[in-house]
Design a protein around this ligand. Structure first.
Ligand code: FE2
Length: 336
């Protein structure tokens, strides 16, 4: 049974409407002014409220606006004896679901009541359906993101299985790059892109002979040249796959330096992607701060001051500044 609320200061109107509506099987409550109606709705929600336009105190139009805002599931029919443009405009503005002129025609009143309740029912169904769709979309997007993340993790582990000395390097670079890029002012979406690129930035090492990658001493010039091919091979592997971010180019350029001394293309400042500049700094920081078989770990402070000393020469000043703004404890925790 639908709950209806009649708000009118005229007791005769309340009585007549109550008689018609209860006769149709509806449950009716009554209020003679806005404040009574507001109080009533707090404790007993209504499916439909009839609001007289000319109420003592707060007008019916104001009350209708209040109800639409605070009780979204309550339909509204305005009641008035004034058939003028201002009253109609007010009712439309308050998003009323119906408009009845006094004195009422019983049949017209019954039809308007049914229509308003039907419209309300459809609106509630529509809202629930949209909510359900939105929830489904969030759930599927989360699942898809997790799947992409897992695929990148698998790729990351494949590279590190071949290069055990740098186990965990890509994941640490990924987290460092994300923290720096966030501080740099990148959007959440761009940070997500660099986080994924970081996880596989050394993907091309899969094409470098394992004995070179795991050599416990310094590399010869020839061996080093072979290792340097990894940024191009990594980007070649990803070529043709569509990502929402330029992941292949981030990987291709992560060893480029501002002054053109990097590889593989010797790009300079303006031609290097901001993401590649960030990845490059995160990569160098992680490598310097960590232990390698042919040298001890430099430690975080020395690694940071080494990077700072090449600010503007190798590394983008804004990227270095962003790195220095990242909480030191956070950086240390990532590097552990
Ligand atoms: Fe690399």
């Amino acid at each position: 049974m639908s709950n209806l609320l009649v708000v009118d200061d005229d007791s005769l109107v309340r009585k007549n409407l109550g008689r018609i509506l209860t006769g149709q099987g509806y449950y009716c409550s009554f209020a003679s002014n806005s404040s009574e109606a507001r109080k009533h709705l707090e404790t007993q929600p209504a499916d439909l409220a009839f609001c007289d336009v000319e109420l003592p105190g707060e007008s019916g139009i104001h009350l209708a606006r209040y109800i639409k805002h605070h009780h979204k599931d309550t339909a509204i029919i305005m009641l008035t004896s004034r058939d003028d443009a201002t009253t109609v405009d007010g009712a439309i503005d308050a998003a009323a679901d119906g408009y009845m002129l006094k004195p009422f025609n019983t049949n017209e009143m019954i039809i308007s009541t049914r229509n308003a309740l039907q419209k309300r029912k459809l609106e509630i169904l529509n809202r629930k359906y949209r909510q359900h769709l939105e929830e489904m979309l969030v759930e599927r997007t989360t699942k898809l993101k997790n799947a992409v993340n897992n695929i990148f993790l698998v790729l990351s582990r494949m590279v590190e299985a071949k290069d055990p000395y740098t186990a965990g390097h890509q994941l640490r670079v990924s987290e460092l790059a994300a923290a720096i890029f966030k501080e740099y002012g990148a959007t959440k979406d761009h940070v997500e892109g660099i986080r994924l690129a970081g996880m596989i930035h050394d993907l091309g090492k899969i094409s470098v002979p394992a004995d070179i990658l795991s050599k416990p001493s310094r590399l010869t010039k020839l061996e080093y040249d072979l290792v340097r091919t990894h940024s191009r091979s990594g980007s070649e592997i990803l070529k043709g796959f569509q990502f929402p971010w330029p992941i292949a180019d981030m990987i291709l350029q992560h060893h480029e330096r501002l002054d053109g001394t990097g590889y593989p293309q010797g790009l300079t400042d303006g031609d290097i992607l901001p993401e590649a500049k960030v990845l490059g700094v995160a990569d160098v920081l992680e490598a310097m701060a960590s232990y390698r078989p042919y040298r001890p770990a430099l430690g975080l402070d020395k690694a940071l001051s080494e990077i700072e000393s090449h600010r503007g020469k190798y590394y983008d000043p804004d990227v270095v500044d962003a790195l220095l703004r990242v909480d030191r404890q956070e950086v240390a925790a990532i590097l552990q």
